[in-house]
Design a protein around this ligand. Structure first.
Ligand SMILES: NC(=O)c1ccc[n+]([C@@H]2O[C@H](COP(=O)([O-])OP(=O)(O)OC[C@H]3O[C@@H](n4cnc5c(N)ncnc54)[C@H](O)[C@@H]3O)[C@@H](O)[C@H]2O)c1
Length: 338
């Protein structure tokens, strides 16, 4: 039985990601799933899955009828703005899936509305809640490995035919842009990208990007929808060794550079040292993310991933698209804090 103090949660958009939000919120302690909505009645039926939860065809009906405290907005990216603004207008705290919106203008309107209304607005940059990434962040912050020279992300897999409103840069690159900023605690100054479109849609499906961080680290993005097997990995090359993360398996390994370890402070050489796999207590990142959202709502903030973080990831994605279209490096403008 839910306690009377449980926060009332809702999910709007019950497609491949939204169904997972409904599943996790359905048994999260401290939360009562009070309603779900999707334009497709069959998806509403499937997400309810026999539970006594009211289902709706529109966000407006859901907000009027159930008055939730918090909502996951999991509609296609082009609709994030309309649905998030509707939620904020009803005073509901919002987790909007990544990317925060399809354009920076839309993202600014969402962030401004949340700020004015005083609700928590967070963005679903789920990889921050991956236990392997958290362990990597802890080790980097402790100084293991020394200075970071380069971060390389590979996020490839088959074409998702349901996504037609944005290309692969907007859909997938924000994950790794956000993780690189999070791990380095640094901002991106300049990007360069090459992209191609092979499958007949309006947007790119193959992309390679180069990132220059203000502190000097280099980022490499290898992202596409054309690879017949799924891979989501990250390598962080440091002076004293290299970390490797398999996001999906939640594995973290460190390959030591013996030569650098022997000559502290002087980057004289590189030799192959031993590899260590660290034990990681696996957890579902979406569950960790929704726990953090629940706690932020209960404490009235701060958002676990801020609107500023979401907007910065989108600004970099937009710069990458522009770079690919204009075939030149693009300077990334700083996103102002709300
Ligand atoms: N964090 C992640 O790892 C991750 C993974 C996948 C998708 N996403 C994000 O989640 C969002 C949804 O992606 P998806 O893959 O689940 O898409 P999807 O197409 O599978 O699902 C979208 C759902 O929204 C419904 N919908 C459309 N318009 C609606 C409206 N006005 N009101 C209510 N419902 C409406 C559709 O009927 C559909 O069921 C996107 O922004 C995507 O970028 C995030």
């Amino acid at each position: 039985m839910p306690m009377t103090t449980d926060l009332r949660a809702a999910v709007i958009g019950l497609g491949s990601m939204g169904a997972n939000h409904a599943r996790v919120l359905g048994d999260l302690p401290g939360v009562q799933l009070c309603g779900v909505a999707d334009a497709d009645a069959e998806r509403v039926h499937r997400a309810i899955n026999g539970r006594p939860i009211p289902g709706f065809a529109t966000a407006a009906e859901l907000f009027e009828t159930t008055k939730p405290d918090l909502v996951s907005v999991v509609v296609p990216t082009g609709l994030h703005e309309a649905v998030a603004l509707e939620a904020i207008g009803h005073g509901v705290n919002v987790l909007v899936e990544k990317p925060i919106a399809a354009t920076m203008e839309a993202a600014s309107r969402i962030a401004a509305a949340a700020h004015e209304r005083g609700v928590v607005l967070t963005v679903g940059h789920i990889e921050r809640f991956n236990p392997a990434v958290r362990e990597l962040k802890r080790r980097l912050d402790e100084g293991q490995g020394g200075a970071v020279l380069q971060i390389r992300a590979r996020r490839v897999g088959p074409f998702p035919h349901r996504i037609r409103d944005v290309g692969v840069i907007h859909d997938l690159a924000p994950h790794d842009i956000d993780i690189m900023r999070y791990l380095l605690g640094d901002e991106i100054e300049r990007v360069y990208a090459e992209s191609r479109r092979h499958i007949a849609t309006d947007n790119e499906d193959l992309f390679a990007g180069m990132i220059h961080f203000r502190g000097g680290a280099m980022g490499i993005l290898d992202i596409n929808w054309l690879t017949p097997t799924k891979e989501r990995s990250l390598t962080v090359l440091c002076e004293r060794g290299m970390f490797h993360v398999d996001y999906a398996a939640q594995h973290l390994a460190f390959f030591e550079n013996y030569a650098a370890a022997a000559r502290e402070g002087v980057f004289g050489s590189v030799t192959e040292g031993p590899m260590t796999r660290y034990p990681i207590a696996n957890r579902e990142p979406l569950r960790v993310e929704l726990e953090a959202f629940r706690d932020a709502v209960a404490n009235r903030g701060p958002a676990p991933v801020s609107a500023h973080d979401g907007m910065t990831a989108l600004a970099v994605a937009e710069a990458l698209v522009r770079s690919a279209n204009e075939r030149c490096p693009v300077t990334v403008d700083e996103v102002p804090q709300a």
